[in-house]
Design a protein around this ligand. Structure first.
Ligand SMILES: [Fe+2]
Length: 190
């Protein structure tokens, strides 16, 4: 997934950041049911697999996300969670602490196996369906990141509480979308 992330970051995202009215090219979500709160812009992409598509699976499908993660209030735990799909993430601005763990039965919140501090340019791949993580923005500043997801795991860990809450999430306001687009445009200006 890291190669896909690099390709999408370099070749695809700029197409959807620098076109007129780009704030309307993206779907959005204001994710505020757990910490860190996240402003999310996202978009589905498809890449032809050429002759390999004859296997009936069609083109490769990915979803790209632009994230703004907000600092976590004092004495609040960030959400430890698995991902239902293979994913890769790169930090664009800010710094976060990340705890990672591995849940053998897939459902029980795991112990932390490692804690890392990640800074701009750091990237990581989460391609094991039993892998969990949490992130915790540092220095009381937001963290901006790009995430790309691919195919869903065969038996993704589902959590009915999270799912029912996430169905009620609202999109970003127009102003919040414009702020996100403007911020991510800056990462592509030299
Ligand atoms: Fe995550």
């Amino acid at each position: 997934m890291l190669e896909i992330l690099k390709r999408i970051k370099e070749e695809e995202i700029p197409k959807f950041l620098f076109t007129e009215g780009s704030e309307t090219n993206w779907e959005s979500l204001n994710i505020d049911y757990a910490h860190p709160h996240v402003h999310r812009l996202y978009k589905d992409l498809e890449f032809s697999r050429g002759r390999n598509e004859k296997d009936g699976k069609g083109p490769s499908k990915y979803r790209v996300y632009l994230h703004k993660l907000f600092p976590v209030p004092p004495f609040t735990k960030p959400l430890f969670h698995p991902h239902p799909w293979k994913s890769a993430i790169e930090i664009m601005e800010g710094k976060y602490k990340m705890g990672i763990g591995h849940s053998d039965d897939g459902y029980k919140t795991p112990e932390e196996d490692a804690i890392l501090i990640l800074t701009p340019g750091s990237s990581y791949d989460m391609s094991n369906e039993k892998g969990w993580h949490y992130v915790y923005p540092l220095d009381n500043k937001p963290v901006y990141s790009i995430m790309v997801t691919g195919e869903q795991f065969p038996n993704p860990i589902t959590n009915e509480v999270w799912e029912s809450i996430s169905e009620g999430l609202k999109p970003l306001t127009y102003g919040q979308k414009v702020e996100m687009i403007s911020k991510f445009q800056d990462f592509y200006k030299f």
